[in-house]
Design a protein around this ligand. Structure first.
Ligand code: UT7
Length: 321
């Protein structure tokens, strides 16, 4: 038994912030942001629009594409690092907003790798016969945790959500998933406070994402190269067997380095970083949805999804679409 993706969806909030808008906010230039990161614009949530709101719109699109309704869904998981509340978890809030009752619903915290982690867990449940129709989402409202006066970080991030529906299938499907983490890098990319650590700092409301960008960059390039090799080796595949690379959209130069490692021309790499910025857990499922909907990804294609983020966490999924 395998799990197979039967529908994809995404949602981007309406408001767009361009590099030129950012030039008016911090000491930066469109040219610097484009050449260093590949980003030109990003979407930002409206006042009061939460991560679960973004999830619900992406989920509805994925459910429509898969031809399923709320009564069909029996498993919900959301990869996010920007939950609406500490609890109930974002999966439960999405469940309630979709009018679904009773099924397992939870969120997974793995920063930018959150969707790959959530997909891997859902895949195991569907394969085992314990879920018949899983809703898997990657979503972030990062705009709320960005310091809009810090040019090192504020030019990079955006909001959005991507979703897939997984169903059982005798044919693959999700062929393999690979998850990793190493907390020794916890101080290179992080949010400084939480509920059980520095709660007073959190309540004061002036904590923001912190990142040592160029150190993260170097580890990301190395690590993503390794996970690509691990995924190919596990499945006894050649680089040329991969039809599409769907990478985490953090930085165009990181994406190019991974593509080089795979020997893939850039026209086989799904690139959304220019228009979405870095949307953390939302980036991979949104990129997948873009390429499914514009017809580039076809049934039977072999896809390699990969992500890397705070923790560090990293992971990949090999998919026969
Ligand atoms: O999603 C999870 C994983 N995250 C990532 O993978 C992000 C990884 N890192 C990156 O994408 C890149 O490191 C950045 C895009 C964040 C930065 O690019 P970089 O080529 O590594 O630049 P840098 O941090 O080494 O900074 C180069 C210079 C510095 O000035 P000096 O020290 O050379 O005078 C920065 O102060 O660029 C300066 N700088 C800026 N200049 C204009 C930093 N941010 C900006 C800015 N505008 N927004």
């Amino acid at each position: 038994m395998y799990s197979i993706i039967t529908g994809t969806g995404r949602y981007l909030p309406e408001r767009i912030l361009t590099n030129f808008d950012l030039e008016k906010m911090v000491d930066t230039t469109d040219e610097w942001i484009r050449t260093r990161s590949g980003i030109e614009r990003r979407h930002l949530s409206a006042e009061g629009q939460t991560t679960s709101d973004l999830c619900v719109e992406a989920a509805k699109n994925a459910m429509d594409a898969a031809g399923v309704g709320p009564d069909d869904i029996d498993f919900i998981t959301v990869g996010t690092t920007t939950p609406d509340r500490v609890f109930p978890n974002t999966g439960v809030l999405v469940q309630e907003k979709l009018g679904i009752h009773g099924c397992a619903a939870f969120s997974v915290e793995a920063a930018c790798t959150g969707f790959i982690y959530a997909l891997s867990i859902a895949d195991k449940y569907v394969r085992a016969g314990d879920a018949g129709c899983a809703l898997v989402i990657g979503a972030e409202r990062l705009s709320g945790m960005v310091d809009w006066t810090d040019r090192d970080t504020c030019v990079l991030f955006g909001d959005g959500a991507g979703a897939v529906i997984l169903k059982p299938s005798e044919e693959p499907g999700i062929v393999s998933t690979h998850l990793h983490a190493d907390g020794k890098y916890k101080d290179l990319l992080y949010f400084p406070s939480g509920i059980s650590d520095k709660f007073e700092q959190l309540k004061a409301g002036n904590d923001f994402i912190r990142m040592k960008g160029n150190e993260v960059f170097k580890v990301a390039v190395r690590t993503l190269g390794r996970i690509v090799e691990e995924t190919l080796a596990k499945n006894q595949l050649e680089k040329s067997d991969i039809d599409w690379l769907i990478p985490h959209q953090a930085n165009m130069r990181i994406i190019q380095a991974t593509a080089r490692k795979l020997g893939m021309p850039m026209d086989r790499v799904i690139q959304t970083v220019k228009d979405h910025g870095n949307t953390s857990a939302a980036s991979v499922p949104m990129a997948l949805d873009v390429a499914v909907r514009d017809g580039r990804i076809q049934r039977g294609d072999t896809l390699l999804l990969e992500a890397f983020g705070g923790g560090f966490t990293w992971g990949s999924a090999l998919i026969k679409y």
